[in-house]
Design a binder for this molecule. Structure first.
Ligand SMILES: CSCCC(=O)/C(O)=C/O
Ligand code: FE2
Length: 179
């Protein structure tokens, strides 16, 4: 079951530490940010969601030190995922093994990050245009399924004043302001 809470915004320790401020969020509060959580006991349950939402492709990312040629490449990959970004498509991620944090920018309280700890079986659906980032936990490993509507290409748009004006970003803000 996902665990969601406000990030403590401390930068004096590893961003893979929990950074739990103690203020938890419910699944309903996550939904108000446009984030949908589902528990899937197996990949058949994921296949059903993929079919319902007309996803055609997927890939598997297995992120741990051993899956990179050296520590520098590992650190660079983590830094890339940890850059605040959005996608022009919906982002569906399913945790197969290990753990990880998806941090969601709280558009209603822009200084807040909502940290979502995912474990095996947890599936998150992030809407297009939501600013977010990802990191491992201190266990330094996740194996995750990434669903893609069409071609399995990871295209992230890092946060910028230009990205703020993208139609997909404006549509997201309009969507959550209706909640
Ligand atoms: C654990 S999935 C790898 C991270 C990723 O694909 C993404 O877009 C994070 O926001
Ligand atoms: Fe992402």
């Amino acid at each position: 079951m996902v665990k969601a809470y406000i990030h403590d915004n401390k930068s004096d320790c590893d961003y893979r530490a929990p950074h739990n401020s103690g203020t938890e969020l419910s699944l309903e509060e996550l939904a108000e940010l446009g984030v949908i959580y589902k528990y899937c006991a197996n990949e058949e349950a994921v296949d059903k969601i993929a079919e319902e939402r007309q996803y055609k492709n997927r890939d598997v990312v297995d992120i741990h030190k051993g899956s990179f040629r050296n520590e520098t490449e590992f650190d660079e990959k983590l830094a890339m995922f940890y850059k605040e970004h959005l996608h022009e498509d919906e982002e569906i991620r399913y945790c197969l093994e290990g753990t990880g944090y998806f941090d969601i920018r709280d558009a209603s309280t822009p200084e807040n990050w909502v940290r979502c700890l995912v474990e095996p079986g947890d599936l998150l659906i992030l809407p297009p245009g939501i600013y977010h980032r990802f990191t491992l936990t201190i266990s330094n490993h996740i194996k995750a399924l990434r669903l893609f509507k069409d071609e399995p290409k990871w295209q992230a748009i890092n946060r910028s004043t230009q990205a703020d004006t993208l139609p997909v970003r404006r549509d997201y803000i309009t969507q959550i302001n209706r909640c």
